[in-house]
Design a protein around this ligand. Structure first.
Ligand SMILES: Nc1ncnc2c1ncn2[C@@H]1O[C@H](COP(=O)(O)OP(=O)(O)O)[C@@H](O)[C@H]1O
Ligand SMILES: O=C(O)[C@@H](O)C(=O)COP(=O)(O)O
Length: 423
């Protein structure tokens, strides 16, 4: 294995794995830290998907260090820590504390932070993260149910999460190419800055950054900055393999489970629900017992197979806020996640084989409930969201959609790409 990756959520992990496959690395995504005696298939990169983005800090650090130990044991030459392209975190963490712990364990002196993903509209200028033409803090992410992002200045945001000071490699250096980026990093290191936010506006910047960090033991960022890493291994003659994104054909009923409340998912749910059988979860009804996994499965089972169905908790910010004020932010999230995970289990037992899940935390809960160990990466539906196939049981085609990714017709498009569509 050349590149060992630790992703703080499961949708982010498939986003990263998909980027690595497209850039010529044979990549497998594993869900949770594998058993010490598990040998990965013949691959160049392994992405360990954790559910650590919103875990308590100590737990996120513990899981990440465990993943690091496994990846190093399996021979990884460089470590990549993947988090969200919208830098989803709180003042407590978990990006800063996890990266600091990984850096310390690796004996590294410095690492970079670059969540830019220009293809999906995320760019960084003078340390400020933009989503399209808006600052992060005005992009809708300020209303995220678990990690509201109210500050777009990443030097400031990361500075609140780390023990060591944070610096910036600005656009002026990044546009000068790999050598200029290395010089800027050296200058920051000389000032005692172990952490460097790096500006990036387009893929050429990301590839230059990738080249500049070839010798860092730890690189951190969104999937975008991983674009430039495979080329480092190719240049040193370590990466030569042919990569295939072909998936096995798996027939069976199809469904979408959606727990993301992002702007993009709200629009996608409305679009799909207008044409297909759709059931809305009501967290307050779930809390009172008026709705349950069983009542949802009773609705779903007779409809399965004819066309894809949709089950969603997705709601607009005011509805989410009302639920949270009644149940509490975390309790509401957990209730919805556990319900959708239970529904996924029931649907698979009833013959579901093609599943799209919207939302990172939601996807984490669903794959854990289904006991899925690893995923093979297939073709992309939209940037950052590939179809995948489970390795082992149950045999499923699975697309784990990051909340904010995908066009408005994403769910229809996903099933159209499969042989036999969604029926
Ligand atoms: N109607 C709702 N009210 C409150 N919380 C909700 C509702 N619908 C979903 N949630 C919770 O919001 C969180 C969304 O996070 P996630 O699944 O990671 O989506 P995203 O990818 O958009 O960040 C989950 O914890 C989910 O259970
Ligand atoms: O980098 C990204 O934006 C995604 O890969 C990702 O991590 C998104 O997370 P969710 O929106 O929570 O699915």
């Amino acid at each position: 294995m050349l590149l060992g990756c630790i992703a703080d959520d499961v949708t982010g992990a498939s986003d990263l794995a998909s980027t690595l496959v497209r850039e010529g690395m044979r990549t497998v995504q594993v869900l949770g830290v594998p058993a010490s005696d598990w040998t990965p298939p013949d691959v160049d990169a392994v992405v360990v998907a954790l559910k650590s983005r919103t875990a308590p800090v100590a737990e996120a650090v513990r899981q990440s260090l465990e993943a690091l130990e496994w990846l190093r044991g399996a021979g990884a030459r460089q470590i990549f820590f993947k988090y969200c392209s919208t830098f989803d975190s709180t003042d407590a963490g978990n990006i800063g504390p996890v990266a600091e712990a990984l850096l310390e364990a690796l004996g590294g002196e410095q690492t970079i932070y670059c969540p830019a993903f220009p293809t999906n509209g995320r760019s960084i200028y003078q340390g400020h993260l933009f989503v399209g033409d808006r600052l992060l803090s005005e992009s809708g992410m300020e209303n995220h149910p678990l990690t509201p992002m109210t500050d777009a200045d990443l030097v400031r945001v990361l500075g609140r999460q780390t023990r060591h000071p944070v610096g910036l490699v600005p656009y002026a250096s990044v546009s000068g190419g790999a050598e200029a980026i290395r010089t800027a990093l050296d200058e920051l290191r000389a000032e005692g800055k172990r952490h460097a936010i790096v500006d990036a506006l387009d893929d050429a910047h990301l590839r230059a950054i990738g080249k500049a960090v070839a010798d860092l033991s730890l690189v951190t960022g969104g999937s975008g900055v991983a674009l430039g890493l495979p080329e480092n291994f190719r240049r040193s003659g370590l990466l030569q393999a042919e990569v295939s994104d072909a998936l096995p054909e798996i027939a069976g009923a199809a469904a979408v489970l959606s727990g993301s409340c992002s702007r993009a998912t709200n629009a996608q749910v409305a679009h799909f629900a207008a044409k297909r059988p759709a059931l809305r979860l009501d967290p307050l009804a779930l809390a009172r017992g008026a709705q349950s996994v069983e009542t949802i499965l009773d609705w779903a089972r007779p409809k399965m197979g004819a066309e894809p169905i949709l089950i969603y908790a997705t709601a607009e910010p005011d509805a989410v806020a009302a639920v949270q004020s009644e149940l509490g932010r975390e309790a509401a999230g957990t209730l919805v996640e556990e319900t959708l995970a239970g529904v996924a289990k029931g649907l698979v037992a009833a013959g579901l084989r093609r599943l799209v899940v919207a939302g990172g935390e939601t996807s984490g809960a669903v794959v854990a409930a289904l006991g899925i160990a690893a995923l093979r990466i297939g073709p992309e539906i939209d940037p950052g969201v590939p179809w995948t196939a489970t390795l082992g049981e149950p045999p499923l085609l699975l697309a784990l959609k990051s909340g904010n990714f995908g066009t408005v017709d994403f769910f229809e498009k996903a099933f159209r790409q499969l042989p036999g569509g969604g029926a």
